[in-house]
Design a protein around this ligand. Structure first.
Ligand code: NAD
Length: 246
């Protein structure tokens, strides 16, 4: 056991669950946060050293109650992984304001709210924030007006956090995953998008949840103690190409 505690949002499945499992295996205790209570309880039930906290990260009251409950349960907080996210794709002219707000509420407001509520505890441990954006926040392509804009905002929010919170020893970094076959991605990736990613990515494949989790886990540790304000893509080289996507 490291004696360290990480809070991971969107931990019921996908990249968040893979990160929880990886960090548990390396001796962390994990507060698993997700708004899908059923899936969360099922996932946490399988894992020793993890506790579930049902919470919608876009609702301020729920976030504050959850942070209090996590601190009451574990007594400290060393890392926060802001991973909860939603994806809705569509053309600009057909993206309704309700869709725009839904995407911003989880992907951007959620990162702001959870990070802000965690700052007092992270000051105590000189802890780490790791925000999950996307290659869609680095590179624009069609259909991602809401999703891509929300993730670009998370990239800037990370830099703001790193600059402002450095004086407390708090590090803030951002991971931009390339495509991973999770429920979120498979709901919005058409066959045309899947084929285009395979062609455009130098490693010619989607990534896996555990490949993203490795980078997230590293950024939470002391081994990354001089790394802050960084935006790091785990994308098979996609960011280095100029190839477009549908
Ligand atoms: P996923 O759908 O498998 O998991 C997302 C989890 O977040 C779910 O358990 C869901 O219930 C939870 N969640 C959603 N909204 C929430 C809210 N408001 N409050 C609390 N929990 C909420 O998706 P994933 O692919 O594992 O995505 C994880 C992160 O990685 C997201 O931020 C996503 O944008 C990002 N990402 C994913 C890909 C990809 O291809 N899968 C690529 C780039 C970035």
């Amino acid at each position: 056991m490291t004696g360290k505690v990480a809070l991971i949002t969107g931990a019921a499945r996908g990249i968040g669950l893979a990160t929880a499992k990886l960090m548990l295996g390396r001796g962390w205790q994990i507060a698993m946060v997700d708004r899908d209570e059923e899936e969360l309880l099922a996932a946490a039930g399988e894992l020793d050293g993890a506790r579930p906290f049902a919470c919608d990260v876009s609702v301020a009251d729920q976030v504050h109650e959850t942070l209090s409950a996590v601190l009451a349960a574990f007594g400290r907080l060393d890392a926060v992984v802001n991973n909860a996210g939603v994806a809705e794709f569509g053309p600009i002219e057909k993206t309704g304001f309700d869709t725009w707000r839904r995407v911003m509420a989880t992907n951007l407001d959620g990162v702001f709210l959870v990070s802000q509520a965690a700052i007092p505890a992270l000051k105590e441990t000189r802890g780490a924030l790791v925000n999950i954006a996307s290659i869609s926040g680095l590179r624009a392509s069609t259909l991602r007006v809401a999703y891509g804009t929300s993730k670009a905002a998370v990239i800037q929010l990370t830099k703001q956090q790193a600059v402002e919170l450095g004086e407390y020893g708090i590090r803030a970094n951002c991971v931009c995953p390339g495509p991973v076959r999770t429920k979120l991605a498979m709901a919005v990736h058409s066959q045309e998008i899947i084929d285009a990613y395979h062609d455009a990515i130098p490693l010619n494949r989607y990534g896996s949840e555990s490949e993203i989790a490795e980078l997230i886990a590293f950024l939470c540790t002391e081994q990354a103690s001089y790394v802050t304000g960084q935006i790091i893509a785990a994308d098979g080289g996609f960011e280095s190409t100029g190839v477009g996507l549908p």
